[in-house]
Write a protein that binds this ligand. Structure first.
Ligand SMILES: Cc1cc2nc3c(=O)[nH]c(=O)nc-3n(C[C@H](O)[C@H](O)[C@H](O)COP(=O)(O)O)c2cc1C
Length: 285
């Protein structure tokens, strides 16, 4: 069987090439070009390898770099006159200190209703397009949490889904109900009220974004008050269920954007979290 160049074997190739100088130069040219391509790609392969290493090291040092940024901000702000505001350094420190702490690490110390009200007041100052203020909260104490878990379990049973998926979802919620919730002072359900102002229908993404901004305000205020928490998506299959929405006082178009477990913890410093470099997520034009 002949190959593409028309040779049936090496012997055949050498014989034909020695008889045909034109064919010989084509073959030699091809060999030369292939070699050239391989050699010229070596620096590129090396460059890619070192770039990757550099990137991995930069990600590992992400926190340290951010700390440098804090220092830079601190130096700049030290010269600014005080206006009663926290300094940029303090603000940045607050944001970096906010950490997700899971209920297994919550302490016995409880958060008071007054403290939750203060956090909710901070949340209420989130930016909002058209002043629709679409954030809505349901604050659940122990009885409320148990009732919410049960409403969620009933909703899972109502779904027309793979029984195995339903079994897993049930297990997840039962575990939360029987463990996490008992360690939680309050659970705040983050609700998004669609078209909170009847005369203004803003795009849905703006209302979700505004509600998320409010959630961040709430978490940062908590951090400043030594209150920690965990934002959970809750049950993906149940949170859109109309029965669960009704339980939460939401209507069909509204959305539940998960729940926030509130508590206190001795483990704050033990939860580390790095971020990749900010500069890699920014394009300047
Ligand atoms: C919208 C949203 C939903 C989240 N849902 C979950 C969740 O279902 N389970 C979970 O373990 N963490 C969840 N998280 C928390 C993240 O795991 C956490 O923010 C992340 O690990 C970064 O840690 P940090 O908050 O300490 O910076 C959620 C966070 C956000 C913003």
């Amino acid at each position: 069987m002949e190959n593409l160049l028309g040779f049936s074997s090496f012997d055949d190739m050498f014989r034909k090439l020695s008889e045909n100088p034109a064919k010989l130069s084509v073959v030699l040219g091809l060999i030369y070009l292939t070699g050239l391509l391989c050699v010229s790609s070596i620096p590129y392969v090396y460059w890619q390898f070192f770039e990757r290493k550099k990137h991995q090291a930069a990600v590992a040092k992400g926190q340290a770099k951010s700390a440098e940024a804090v220092q830079l901000t601190a130096n700049a702000s030290a010269q600014q006159p005080s206006s009663g505001m926290p300094t940029p350094e303090q603000t940045f420190q607050l944001m970096r200190t906010r950490r997700t702490i899971f209920p297994r690490d919550f302490s016995e110390e409880r958060v008071s209703r007054q403290e939750v009200e203060r956090m909710l007041e901070a949340a209420n100052w989130a930016p909002t397009h058209g002043r629709s203020e679409p954030w809505r909260y349901v604050v659940l104490g122990q009885d409320g949490m148990q009732a919410f878990a049960n409403a969620t379990l009933e909703a899972i049973d109502r779904q027309d889904i793979d029984p195995e998926v339903a079994r897993k979802q049930r297990g997840k919620i039962e575990k939360k109900r029987d463990n996490d919730m008992l360690k939680t002072s309050f659970m705040i359900v983050f609700g998004m009220k669609r078209q909170a102002l009847p005369e203004k229908r803003m795009p849905e993404w703006e209302e979700i974004a505004a509600t998320s901004c409010a959630a961040q305000n709430l978490m940062l205020m908590g951090t400043a008050m030594n209150i920690i928490g965990y934002w959970s998506s809750w049950s993906e299959v149940a949170k859109d269920d109309i029965g669960v929405k009704k339980f939460l006082g939401l209507t069909e178009e509204d959305q539940c954007l998960g729940v926030y477990y509130l508590g206190r913890s001795q483990s704050v410093g033990q939860y580390r979290n790095a971020r990749g470099l900010c500069s890699e997520k920014v394009t300047w034009m």
